[in-house]
Design a protein around this ligand. Structure first.
Ligand SMILES: [Mg+2]
Length: 393
């Protein structure tokens, strides 16, 4: 089943759909909160949103589609100018071999980031292709489901005006979610006021939804070690499910120290990649739970390895973001308890929900639970309304 051609298309659409538009103006803590020019919103420093779509075709006419973030065109550039030549002529059934070739060949410029996004898109396309050829959903090829349906948590509550913020939290409970995650507004640039801003938000949600709903909080790399230490102590009474990305991804020693003293579980990993990157976090005891992203960490194949390492260390994996590749692989992982759903806030629904999705057939949460499609492969199709030029894919 030799690979005959690779189509690579850059679509200037966020991988997270309308969710991106809901969060880009919100005043959350970010890694750039310390810089005056970029402290007000993600949009002030983010690059133009885009995703790369990959179609792999074999000589026998089998096809598979994968995708990942493209950022500044880096992933599509890598696919076009390097990976394509390595893929042509390979047997599409040999997913592990192809992964190894692409990883080893891109080491000088790769190992994480855009090269791993490109590799993730290829890996996802190969699993889709294999499933379509065999007439089976991808989760079945991965050993079958551990979870018939996965609990989903609503993500995120953006720190907009308090009234809207509380309205959103209550709306998620009404929709059947038993868990939700909020973005933290306060960061070290606000001093002790930043701590108060964050606590006020957490307290408001707890008052609105009670203590039985799982509540998580995302600091999106916007804090430093000193601020994080103070925050986790103050957050203890609110029984958070986890505090997410309080520090920069490479501050592994600080993460390890925070893990030893924090009464709140510490989670991260959405910006890490490969078994080796996660092995480093696990060995150094620098997380209480791990959040690999199937589009960044190396695709479906690599997330399985990362999850196995985590399980051997007694750690849970909760995916970053969602989409059908994520659902297929995480439904087969015994150490996954729930998945993230990127929700559109109730206050933004009128403006944003009219945007049609890029993929048709993406599973939707029902009463706070979600499951992968039973159709062959990943079970999704490009929406011809959004990408008419790809309707033949
Ligand atoms: Mg996050």
């Amino acid at each position: 089943m030799k690979i005959k051609s690779i189509d690579v298309v850059r679509k200037p659409l966020s991988l997270w759909g309308a969710f991106w538009d809901a969060q880009k103006h919100a005043p959350s803590a970010t890694p750039l909160s310390r810089h005056d020019a970029y402290c007000h919103s993600l949009e002030s420093w983010w690059w133009p949103q885009a995703q790369v779509l990959v179609r792999i075709c074999t000589e026998s006419g089998a096809t598979g589609v994968g995708w990942a973030e493209d950022g500044t065109g880096a992933s599509s550039g890598i696919l076009d100018s390097h990976f394509r030549q390595l893929l042509i002529g390979q047997d599409a059934r040999n997913i592990e071999k192809i992964w190894d070739i692409l990883y080893r060949s891109s080491i000088p410029y790769g190992r994480r980031g855009a090269a791993l996004m490109a590799l993730s898109a290829v890996d996802i396309a190969l699993w889709d292709l294999k499933g379509k050829v065999l007439g089976k959903p991808v989760y079945e090829l991965l050993g079958g489901k551990v979870h018939d349906q996965l609990p989903a948590y609503a993500s995120h509550l953006q720190p907009v005006a308090m009234e809207k913020f509380i309205e959103e939290a209550k709306a998620y409970v009404a929709e059947g979610y038993r868990g939700m995650k909020m973005r933290m507004p306060g960061s070290p640039r606000h001093g002790s006021e930043g701590v108060r801003m964050n606590l006020e938000r957490v307290e408001a949600i707890r008052n609105a939804v009670g203590m039985d709903v799982d509540l998580m909080a995302d600091a999106y790399m916007g804090w430093d070690f000193r601020f994080a230490c103070q925050m986790v102590r103050e957050l203890a009474p609110f029984r958070l499910g986890w505090i997410e990305e309080p520090l920069l991804p490479d501050e592994i020693d600080a993460y390890a120290e925070l893990c030893t003293l924090s009464p709140v579980p510490v989670a991260h990993g959405e910006n890490e990649a490969t078994r080796w990157g996660f092995q480093n976090i696990i060995r150094r005891k620098a997380a209480h739970m791990l959040q690999p992203d199937v589009y960044r960490a190396g695709g479906i194949s690599e997330v399985r390895k990362i999850a196995a390492l985590a399980q051997a260390a007694g750690l849970e994996v909760v995916p970053h973001a969602l989409g059908s590749p994520t659902l297929h692989v995480f439904s087969t992982l015994p150490n996954c308890r729930m998945v993230e759903v990127l929700t559109i806030p109730v206050w933004a629904k009128d403006q944003l929900s009219s945007q049609p999705p890029l993929f048709l057939g993406e599973p939707q949460p029902v009463n706070g639970h979600i499951q992968p499609s039973d159709s062959p492969g990943l079970g999704v199709k490009i929406n011809p309304e959004v990408a008419p030029e790809l309707s033949h894919w």
